[in-house]
Design a protein around this ligand. Sequence first.
Ligand code: ACM
Length: 381
Amino acid sequence: MTGTAGKTTEPWRVGVLFSRTGFMAVIEETQLRGTLLAIEEINAAGGVNGRELIPVLYDPASESAAFGLCAKRLMIEDGITTIFGCYTSSSRKAVLPVVERLNGLLWYPTLYEGFEFSPNIIYTGAAPNQNSLALCRYLMETYGRRFYFIGSDYVYPRESNRVMRELVRHAGGEVVGETYLSLRAKRRDFQPVMRDIRSQSPDMIFSTVVGDSTTYLYQSYLEAGFNPKTQPIASLTTTEAEIRAMGFDVGEGHITAAPYFECLAGESNSSFVSRYKKRYGQDEPTNMCVEAAYFQVHVFARTLERTNCMDTDALRPMILGSEFEAPQGRISINPHCGHTDLWPRIGRANSRGQFDIMWDSKAPVRADPYLIGYGRSTVFS
Ligand code: ACM
């Protein structure tokens, strides 16, 4: 459509791929909400250069292969170049070859295992140097040196544990057990793991369990009589959303490392939290994945304002180096690696389903997805 001044008023169409159904829906639904909240805010302020943003949504239903197929459909049939989406690393790895082949741009708002670079992905969640490093140090200072690893069986847990094992050993700790369960694991599948934990007697559990089985892990742990005060489960993925799903009493006392928690002080976060609750309900908590899903759309819109075109080759150089006052603090898209410089923090879940901040970085930490600076890091020295 063309306006009177010959200026197009045609909307900008963007793809959105998060699961609303299946075993990942609890967290991915919140990422969808963060994405849509940002789009609504941008449209309420007049859109981008007077043109509305229109999300084209598909539900890949927690199936990694479906993410690849939906990405193809978005790019080939719907003619879309920019996609916001993916929680699991296996879904990202299914979308990666599609955006690379068709020169699209995936905005990925989830912490992951690092050791990846694609010119067609902008990574806005934490890399291991922004969560695992600080978590390892905190756990060893607070609880002891003997770790037990439990994870869902796919790429993120296996690779994340590989990194964590290296950090633990380097700091003089020990991994006394390592177990993987299916992403579709049920509550009964955790019983043998509880027996193994009892027999190994670690000082803490490092969990890379994701999705619905997160609830089964923490419930089984409570039922087995382990005490989080002295022997917590520590995670990079258990957010306010998973704590709400499992029950506040079940999550209390356990530890999570993340750049964002709902409880953060500051005007940027309190206004974000109140807008989120107004839109989705007073009982709906924000979390690190919502926050990244939210701020990345704003970073995109500001860039689009400058390029006035959705071509990936025009957008990417303008995205790199851009900064944004996010709810977690000022973030920037690192021009060297397309990951985001973020604020590492450690939280401990309390009886209200919120996290108390146990440690926070006094400055943003540069994304180092290949851990090149490891050994010289200020976070873990
Ligand atoms: C993840 O799979 N990156 C949590």
